[in-house]
Ligand binder design. Sequence first.
Ligand code: G6P
Length: 593
Amino acid sequence: MCGIIGYAGGRDTAEVLLNGLKKLEYRGYDSAGIALAAPKKIDIYKKQGKVAALEENIPPSAQKIFAGIGHTRWATHGAPEDRNAHPHRCGKVVLVHNGIIENEQELRAELAKKGLTPTSDTDTELIAMLLAQFYEKEPRTAIRKTCALLEGSYALGILFEDQPGKIYAIRRNSPLIIGKGEQENFIASDIPAILKYTRSYYLPEEGELAEITKDEILFFDAADQPIEKTLATADWDEQAARKAGYDHFMAKEIAEQPEVVRETIRRYLKNGILFEELGNSFKVAGTLRIVACGSAYHAGLLGKQIIEKLARIPVEVSLASEFRYADPLLTKEDLVVAISQSGETADTLAALRLAKAKEVPTLGIVNVRGSTVAREADQVLYTAAGPEISVATTKAYTCQVVMLYLLALRLAQHWLDGADIENYVNQVEALPALLEKTLSCAAQCKEIAKDFASAEHLFFIGRGQDYAVCCEGSLKLKEISYIHSEAYAAGELKHGTISLIEEGTPVIAIATDRARLPKIAANIREVRARGARVLGIGYPTEDGKTISLPQCPDFTAPIAAAVVCQMLAYHVAVARGNDVDQPRNLAKSVTVE
Ligand code: G6P
């Protein structure tokens, strides 16, 4: 959701900025822009639509460029039009902004009293106007005075016309990293934007201000005192953020699942010991409360099934956006587990902070190292998915699920005997091989996808662990194919929704749990009797098509079924000619409420 890039150094600045913006495209956006700072002037180029459209509009520059900033905008205040795109300028100030200014109406009214009218509908331009008002000679003072008036979230990259070669950056509740190179430095919303040039970066804390030139990066704390910060190193390389011959990032990321699952297991299961880093005393005496959004929430739904079954610990799974306002009944015996690929999702972060404010222990399951959830949770476990570029998550979701399986086994040590645990551990260790075989269902998914491509709406049905997979399968299909779909607990269908089944309505029935087969078979008969076209995933249904999973235990079969759903959704979206990696209106990392 919005992306920031900034560069100070000797390379072709426009090229570095455009390259960075392309790497941030996955975050979701609807317009893009860059500002190039020459000795005495700053040129701004911005355009509604894709970065490629912006690129066409940038003339080769005849003069030396000292620094530049760029932005991809996902519209919040005002339509996605050229005039609302960033960078915004007021007087000598040019800036880009991620986040939302919540007191924008008051600020707008205050500025209007002084006869100042913005030219765009954005909250961002108001920041530029405030900065221009406060700016005399000292950029840091102007930035501090401006930030003191802002409510909400922001990451800012700022240029001043009379400070050539300098970029100023500050953040609050919005991600931003400062990249350090050799005689060149960067700012960016995310690591992939700078990986081509450097893997070293700083993580500014809330309120810390960075002053960046090609030669140095200076940091100042909230009291504007100089501070030293520790450099971090990205463990991802640029290759990992490339398509590597695949048509789409999503296809590549689906294919990477055996490998990233293997690595996630390897990290936390060493010599038969699970999660050594959590310590011997790790346990949950109360309720394990999972908070997450989107697919991470669905990973939690499947995790609940497994943890409750194996460890006999009550698990509540909440949408983070609901949890944060629900005044949840928490006790200090509980463990709040925040699951997030990006570690920056605003609602998940707010839920985590709520738990911390109530002094409830917290655990983050996060993919991006050093992200805010990772830094703020009491303990953190890192999924090893690597950079995930496609907006629709696949490998990060699967790694989250695997982490919850491992956590279930660790917690089950208080309940199950050693031989049972070992048996389950062996099944988890066999997952990478199972997923390798599951990928060979791709051709069948592609074939079946042709039938589904013209559907207007469809249903996913399943029970227990399969219902959890249905939720994710349905979301995946909706996100990228734009076909309306609903996940239903199979037993619940006849309490209303079955009225929507008519001749030819597609229904996908997930059946990986042998114990519940007779029940799901009955539900399949109910919909088929009303004209539904049923596709089974898992154990074969009585008639109709089935995508059978490779030989595997019921315990890990839901993960294989989820991968089949991903492949199906992918091929349906491709058959419909959609932009698979960047579906309309969606953002990868949702940093606003
Ligand atoms: C967005 C993405 C989803 C993701 C959700 C949570 O909506 O499009 O794919 O599941 O955010 O993201 P997180 O980074 O917290 O896992």
